[in-house]
Design a protein around this ligand. Structure first.
Ligand SMILES: Nc1ncnc2c1ncn2[C@@H]1O[C@H](COP(=O)(O)OP(=O)(O)O)[C@@H](O)[C@H]1O
Ligand SMILES: [Mg+2]
Length: 286
């Protein structure tokens, strides 16, 4: 195909050998299939800031750390230089997130760098070597839905352990290949510890997945992984392999009262026995 203007510099640098085709355009970017040597990759070209929509909202930016303090000051001043820097920081966020998440063993496309506003990454493929479908494009059996849902929940946990919340997780931003779901589209990823909206965004992300997979496996509609995951994270108890139940019960409705009374009775008996043994020992000593 004709080479899009924004990809021309990467062709000239030899980072891309050929532009094969354009994938369906999303909200914020154009994605092209490109050939780099033998490999097919995806080149994501971000739209100009003016054309972008919600993701750059302040709500997403809060708590993002920027080690470049000159840039941070410039961004705060909103000068033209500051705006340019803000744009750069925004674009870098997806690349940073991809490297961090790949290292945390979250299933994301492997990144191959970010040049002239273009993100080069592994192309997620279907069995025939075409770009993999999105969750929204596939139909699943109940077993598959439960399996994929569990895989996505595990990735959400790993992501949170790596300090990030996706912030726009939906059936449009998860691809499916032979091994299962792969999470994409991360420029808005939110800093879990520094952003006051992180908890509600995590819940929304998880809820989107619950509703999507619940279409194929209605049992999932009764789960509440979002609150459970956040509660564990907030308590400092979340590890990448922490077992999850899908239940969150801040009140005692779900407690089995008979079982609870048995536990209390057992504890009382054990205590009484210990006291009796202690009394015996003391008598022996006297
Ligand atoms: N690494 C990839 N492999 C295969 N297809 C991809 C890849 N990245 C993006 N796509 C395709 O391009 C579309 C748009 O990409 P996305 O990152 O979601 O950007 P947008 O912000 O435009 O939604 C996706 O819905 C998906 O179909
Ligand atoms: Mg998208």
């Amino acid at each position: 195909m004709k080479i899009p203007k924004r990809l021309q510099p990467l062709i000239e640098d030899g980072m891309i050998d050929e532009v094969v085709t354009q994938l369906m355009s999303g909200k914020e970017a154009q994605v092209y299939v490109v050939r780099c040597g033998e490999a097919l990759r995806c080149a994501k070209v971000f739209k100009e800031a003016k054309q972008r929509s919600f993701k750059q909202a302040a709500q997403y930016q809060e708590g993002r750390r920027d080690r470049n303090s000159r840039r941070t000051r410039a961004m705060a001043k909103k000068t033209r230089y500051g705006q340019k820097e803000q744009e750069q920081a925004w674009l870098n966020a997806e690349v940073d997130a991809l490297y961090r998440l790949a290292a945390a063993e979250v299933r994301v496309p492997q990144p191959f760098g970010f040049v002239d506003g273009v993100l080069l990454m592994e192309m997620i493929q279907d069995a025939e070597g075409y770009a993999a479908p999105r969750l929204d494009d596939v139909s699943l059996s109940a077993e598959q839905a439960i399996d994929y849902h569990a895989q996505v929940m595990r990735d959400v946990v790993r992501m949170l352990c790596a300090g990030l919340v996706h912030g726009d997780l939906s059936e449009f931003n998860v691809l499916v290949d032979a091994h299962g779901p792969v999470i994409i589209d991360l420029p808005q990823a939110v800093d879990a510890a520094g952003n006051n909206s992180a908890a509600s965004m995590l819940e929304r992300d998880v809820d989107n997945m619950r509703r999507y997979f619940g279409r194929f496996a209605p049992a999932l509609l009764d789960t509440d992984y979002g609150k459970e995951i956040w509660a564990l994270y907030a308590a400092g108890e979340l590890q990448p392999d922490t077992p999850l139940t899908g239940c969150f019960t801040p009140d005692t409705r779900a407690v089995d009262v008979d079982q609870l009374l048995e536990v209390i009775e057992d504890a009382r008996e054990a205590h009484a026995e210990r006291m009796a043994a202690l009394a015996d020992e003391q008598q022996d000593e006297q």
